[in-house]
Design a protein around this ligand. Structure first.
Ligand SMILES: C[C@@](CO)(OP(=O)(O)O)[C@H](O)COP(=O)(O)OP(=O)(O)OC[C@H]1O[C@@H](n2ccc(N)nc2=O)[C@H](O)[C@@H]1O
Ligand SMILES: Nc1ncnc2c1ncn2[C@@H]1O[C@H](COP(=O)(O)OP(=O)(O)O)[C@@H](O)[C@H]1O
Length: 284
């Protein structure tokens, strides 16, 4: 295996193709059933191994102290768990909208754990990385595992699935939605029965959608605008909404007519996380 000292790796977006809330745990977290798929679009992170033991971010996010950046937190947590003498310099190109429901922060954290596990020559198994990751965010384990999955629990119990890969137009209606605020709203429905039998033959929805539409009219407008192309849905706790297309061309044509006040991107869904595919290529 190659002994790398630098590594550049994607932190892909995810979509929640459905999101059911089954109940609330004593610690306030919610029991979910959600279908995760990855997109071949995301942030790009650049890592350089150093010998001085320090973790340094060379890029900043406006209004977010480095110590609160999930990239820094992930690197620090891995260093703490392993006592490695190595350090890292990390820069990144942020493409995913913050608070967009596409998992940007969690994916950045997962990519950091995967990359530094290789650069610091730790050889930790994915289960251990996921254990470190879940303390940073409920969404981190699916990115560490790297396989499209139905998640249960708080999002960390993963059953791999194999979905038809297709094209998506993802639209961000320019509103930032805090996951914590939505989950803490008294009017959030929390009583969807657990899926029984074959999940593909059940009816699906996003249980956060109605509440978010009420509080963020731009999300409702986006979902309605997308309806002309097919059934539209919100991902996670919002704000991004998506619709699928059979061809890249059709998705790009729809993107061209997007109202100027919103942002959007077209991406292909993948069953294997593009971070894992890239890492495999670069390590061999
Ligand atoms: C809803 C989902 C669906 O994929 O995605 P996003 O919309 O955030 O992308 C995730 O469960 C979000 O995961 P993540 O964004 O990592 O959440 P965390 O940082 O762990 O938690 C943020 C806050 O959301 C609430 N939370 C999160 C997960 C969960 N199963 N139950 C909760 O109640 C908690 O109030 C917590 O303080
Ligand atoms: N590297 C990071 N990228 C994005 N957000 C981050 C990062 N580190 C910490 N955060 C914090 O996490 C919050 C949720 O971000 P994000 O994961 O992009 O949203 P979502 O969970 O809705 O997809 C942000 O508002 C920000 O305060």
């Amino acid at each position: 295996m190659a002994d790398l000292t630098t590594l550049s790796l994607i932190a892909p977006a995810k979509l929640n193709l459905f999101l059911h809330i089954n109940g609330r745990l004593p610690n306030g977290y919610h029991e979910l059933e959600t279908l995760f798929v990855f997109l071949d679009y995301g942030d790009r992170l650049h890592f350089k191994r150093t010998d001085d033991g320090a973790i340094t971010l060379k890029t900043q996010i406006d209004g977010l102290p480095d110590e609160e950046n999930l990239i820094y937190k992930a690197a620090y947590a891995l260093k703490l768990a392993t006592n490695t003498a190595f350090g890292a310099e990390i820069s990144f190109d942020k493409h995913l909208p913050s608070g967009g429901g596409v998992g940007g922060g969690s994916s950045d954290a997962a990519t950091t754990l995967l990359a530094l596990n290789a650069l610091w020559q730790l050889a930790l198994p994915l289960e251990k990385l996921a254990e470190i990751g879940v303390a940073l965010g409920a969404d981190v384990p699916v990115f560490i595992n790297g396989q499209a999955a139905i998640a249960q629990g708080i999002g960390e119990k993963l059953a791999p699935v194999n979905l038809p890969e297709t094209w998506y137009l993802v639209v961000h209606p320019n509103v930032h939605i805090s996951t914590g605020v939505i989950f803490n709203n008294a009017n959030l429905p929390r009583n969807t029965p657990k899926l029984s039998g074959d999940w593909q033959s059940s009816k699906h929805r996003n249980d956060c959608e109605e509440l978010v539409k009420k509080h963020y009219p731009e999300v409702e407008k986006t979902l309605n605008w997308l309806l002309k192309y097919g059934p539209s849905r919100m991902t996670g706790t919002g704000a991004c909404c998506f619709v699928s297309f059979e061809t890249q061309h059709a998705a790009l044509e729809a993107l061209k007519s997007l109202p100027e006040t919103w942002q959007g991107f077209v991406a292909r869904s993948t069953n294997i996380s593009p971070a894992h595919s890239e890492l495999r290529t670069k390590l061999n």
